[in-house]
Design a protein around this ligand. Structure first.
Ligand SMILES: C[S@@+](CC[C@H](N)C(=O)[O-])C[C@H]1O[C@@H](n2cnc3c(N)ncnc32)[C@H](O)[C@@H]1O
Length: 162
C-alpha cells in the first residue's frame, strides 16, 4: 500500500484548508465555463476535483483515496496514473494537477499524457520544496506554453496552454 493510501482516512483533515486555498487562487486566474470538461490528474480524495462549476473527471492511482472521492457523488473517478491516462487525445478543455506532479513515477511521461488529453487550458502545481523542482520546471516549460506562474505558500502553480 502506498503512502497516500495509508493516510487516506486523515488526508482531508490534514490538507483540506491548504488545498482549498490553492483552488481559491487558481479560480481567480482561470476561466471555467459550465460546458467545460475538466480532468484532475492525481485527484486524491477529490478535494481539488469537486469545486469547479463544470463537468468534472478525476484520476488517481491510490485506490483508498479514490474510494473516498467516489463517496462524494457526481464526478467520474477512475483508478489510473498520470503516466497512462485512460482518455483519448484532446478530450478535456481543462486539465489540472494539484500538488501531485512531484509524486509521478515518470514525470516526463505524466506531463506528456496531460498535454495529450488536454485541449488548451492547463493548471499544474507542485510542492516548492521538492528536490525535483528544477526538473519539473524545465519539463513544464519544454512541453507547454507557460502563461503565468504563481508562487503560493507551499506550491508553484503554472498556468499553461499548448
Ligand atoms: C498531495 S496529494 C494531492 C491530491 C489532490 N490533488 C489534492 O490536492 O488534495 C498527491 C496525489 O498524487 C497522487 N499520485 C501519486 N503518484 C501518482 C501518479 N503516478 N499519477 C497521478 N497521481 C499520482 C497520490 O495518490 C495523491 O493523491
Amino acid at each position: 500500500m502506498g503512502y497516500y493510501d495509508e493516510i487516506s482516512s486523515g488526508y482531508e483533515e490534514l490538507h483540506r484548508e491548504e488545498q482549498l486555498k490553492k483552488i481559491g487562487i487558481i479560480k481567480r486566474h482561470l476561466k471555467v465555463h459550465s460546458s467545460d470538461r475538466l480532468l484532475d490528474v492525481g485527484c486524491g480524495t477529490g478535494l481539488t476535483t469537486e469545486p469547479w462549476g463544470c463537468k468534472r473527471y478525476g484520476i488517481d492511482p491510490a485506490p483508498k483515496l479514490l474510494e473516498r472521492a467516489r463517496e462524494k457523488g457526481k464526478v467520474e473517478y477512475r483508478l489510473a496514473p498520470a503516466e497512462d491516462i485512460p482518455y483519448p487525445d484532446n478530450n478535456f478543455d481543462i486539465v489540472v494537477s494539484i500538488t501531485a506532479i512531484q509524486n509521478f513515477k515518470d514525470i516526463a511521461k505524466g506531463l506528456s499524457e496531460i498535454k495529450r488529453v488536454g485541449r488548451d487550458r492547463f493548471v499544474l502545481s507542485f510542492l516548492k520544496r521538492t528536490k525535483k523542482r528544477d526538473i519539473i520546471d524545465r519539463l513544464i516549460r519544454k512541453l507547454f506554453i507557460v502563461e503565468d506562474v504563481i508562487e503560493e505558500e507551499k506550491d508553484l502553480i503554472y498556468f499553461c496552454g499548448k
